[in-house]
Design a protein around this ligand. Sequence first.
Ligand code: FRU
Length: 497
Amino acid sequence: MKQWTREERYRLLLDAEEIRPLHGRILRSEYRQTYHIQPVTGLLNDPNGFIFHNGRWHLFYQWCPWGAVHGLKYWYHTSSDDLIHWKNLGACIRPDSDFDNKGAYSGSALPVDGSIYLYYTGNHRDEDWTRKSYTCLAVIDENGRLKKKDEPLFGPNEDYTEHQRDPKIIYRKNEGKYLIMIGAQTKDRHGCVIFYESDYPDRDWHFRGQLNVPGFESFGDMWECPSVEQIAGKDVLIFCPQHLSLPGRGNDHNHNGYLIGRMDWETLTFTPEGSFHVLDFGFDSYAAECASNIEPYNLINTGNRSGDDKAVIVAWMGLPDSAYPTDDEEWQGCLTLPRELTVHNRRLIQKPLDILDGLRDEPADVSRGVIPDACEMIVRVRDGDLNLNLFTQPDGSGGFRIIYDSASKEFTVDRSQMKTRFNESFGEQRTRVLEESLSELRIFIDRSSVEIFVNDGEAVMTSRVFPQADEHGFTYEGNAAIRIWSLKHAMHEDFVI
Ligand code: FRU
């Protein structure tokens, strides 16, 4: 068999000219977003390696270049100086080695001296299709050049099943230790997190142990994308327990949630101080990633400067094992807006970044009852119930329904009345009982998504939505005042491979 050099293999794998026509075609899609990160071609899933480095934000995503399929995954690189305007920088980690022959899977980033270290899972399959996960390193040097380390940092752990992935790198400054946490599955098929440790970011890694999470020993069969963040004096364990059914989540068994508690790094014990909460109460949100290791001053250019210990979080606006209407156009997926994360009353609070106000263009005439292409809708609710229907048909029927019942404090979104329905089997309604009465909604609408921030971040509901040409009205009933701002475009569509 011919042995390909890495260069030959790369050319074989990804030919920019082959996918250029795809890019041209998807630009004509009426569902292309105007201020959300979306795939240059093909499919986007998890955000990866979210980091602030040398005055810029870097955010990568899982990318399958050729179409709306979860095929061979790359890391695609985007960058921004304000978290709003993003530039396409091209393919970054390519699955061109034996240890990542079936994809460069998710991971995280760490600044080391002038470079960015990217830790990722090399998804490998043997010829007999046995899967092996390797934890790998790629370095972007000061000049922006990427070099993959020739050998993985470490291979699969034989004491766990083949499901081991999504390294999150943590630098414990006081102890001078590097830790990598990995989502895994025990041999008796329970989700867990395992830790590796080293004195160096790029060598001498050894197994440190499994994370104890009292009360959560049997909670889903695999934990994807785990991380521990320090926010407002609390430790927060964020992860995606798979194949778990949770009340109020329909048949959707993909959850991205968190526990607030205390992390003991010595004994590797996370003691929860409450129950598991989902991060987002809408339909399409998974594999969230926090920009970690950020100092408060790094938030200056986002406007959200005040307090300390804040994080910025971004998620995939999509779900595993799902089909979306744009699959027919050969692309799928986008990311959520980056959101500021704080803790209040043992809950995570997610708010839009202040800098988003800078995207506001013209105020829209609310009395026309028409939703602009891309807009922010601010709804101040004085009291009582609310019925707000977005994307209604000209006669006021149909729509994406937002319903608040003041007696029960139930806040519901329902997308079953839209003409284009998808993922119905996961359930088309989501309800959250609010802690406070509904007072305010900030709704960010792009061409194919709705993100609803309830009561200054108490709850967030994120949904893809694919309105047809005659679904652009809105109606409402309730004691509320509505303002709408059209938003400027912020996402560059440059074809950079
Ligand atoms: C989560 C996930 C990760 C994996 C990646 C592959 O959506 O399944 O566990 O690394 O996607 O694209």
